[in-house]
Design a protein around this ligand. Structure first.
Ligand code: G1P
Length: 292
């Protein structure tokens, strides 16, 4: 029986240069999709999947990410005095319980594998989840919950996967599939960002992982890979004989908020899925399209 997963790591140290000047002062994860910052969707997904401990791997200037989930007594009191009870709830709902939140700094931008390694002491010796907030998923069951359910059955390492077009394999970690069972696949290898002609498949890792703490040992070797960065994909690949890696073709639609087009697409998709504004957005979108 696999151990329950209670901790999640959120690598959010990136500079967000693709979103300058918006990210000159504000972390890119604090930019809203409809009515909530990107990071809040990731944390809500984790909470809905039973995660109780939240670890942010940040860099200088990104402290606002953790503050967003801490108690803000002064703001609550001000809103209360104004009789704004609905707003008080909005502020309180986003507050994580005392002691459930930690941040650690990644001092140098050495890659995703290095960012995850920075969380080793906070994670300790237990399986843990990793969520890349840029990958936003609209689904019936939270994407992380879907992969945790699979992990409970198969153990080892589990990642969310999606079929991408071959010309995009150089943007993702790609699975070398040994067994395709439909929704679930087993990999015999992984390659980080292969060129289309070298890609072993078109099945790409999406930013949801369940990992074994043994991965910290491998990441601790600080071996550089693609882009001269320490790659999580490479660490998982080197452990694949010992720890089987499964990919889940999750139910739901993924939006890549790390690109400008993906960010706009996510805003529209999440607005259309939003209970309160969905109906008002539809005619607006139609109107805009008719003017093109
Ligand atoms: C990272 C991982 C990659 C994964 C991707 C998912 O790449 O290194 O394996 O497929 O996230 O979004 P990045 O997008 O940070 O370059």
């Amino acid at each position: 029986m696999a151990q329950p997963v209670r901790k999640a790591v959120f690598p959010v140290a990136g500079r967000g240069t693709r979103f300058l000047p918006a990210t000159k002062v504000i972390p890119k994860e604090m930019i809203p999709i409809v009515d909530k910052p990107v990071i809040q969707y990731a944390v809500e997904e984790a909470r809905a999947a039973g995660i109780e401990h939240f670890i942010f791997v940040i860099s200088n200037g990104k402290e606002a990410i953790a503050s967003h989930f801490e108690e803000h007594t002064e703001l609550e009191q001000t809103l209360e005095a104004l009789g704004k009870t609905a707003e008080v709830s909005l502020v309180r709902d986003v507050t994580l319980p005392h002691g459930s939140l930690n941040s650690v700094k990644q001092e140098e931008p050495l890659g995703l594998g290095h960012a995850v390694w920075c969380a080793r002491d906070l994670v300790g010796n237990q399986p843990f989840a990793v969520i890349l907030p840029d990958d936003m998923v609209l689904s019936k069951t939270p994407c992380l919950k879907q992969i945790l359910d699979i992990y409970a059955d198969v153990g080892g390492h589990v990642v969310a996967v999606e079929d991408v077009s071959r010309d995009k394999t150089n943007k993702y970690g790609i699975l070398d599939v040994t067994k395709d069972m439909g929704n679930l696949v087993r990999a015999r290898g992984l390659v980080e960002k292969p060129l289309p002609e070298n890609a072993p498949s078109t099945l790409a890792i999406i930013g949801r992982y369940v990992l074994d703490p043994m991965v910290f040992e491998v990441l601790g070797n600080h071996k550089r890979g693609t882009g001269d960065e320490i790659q999580l994909t490479d660490a998982l690949n080197s452990m694949i004989q010992k720890l089987p890696l499964h990919g889940l073709r999750f139910e739901g639609l993924r939006y890549d908020c790390g690109s400008q087009i993906g960010f706009v697409e996510a805003n529209v998709a999440f607005a259309l899925a939003h209970t309160e504004i969905s109906e008002s957005i539809k005619p607006l979108l139609r109107k805009l399209l008719n003017h093109k």
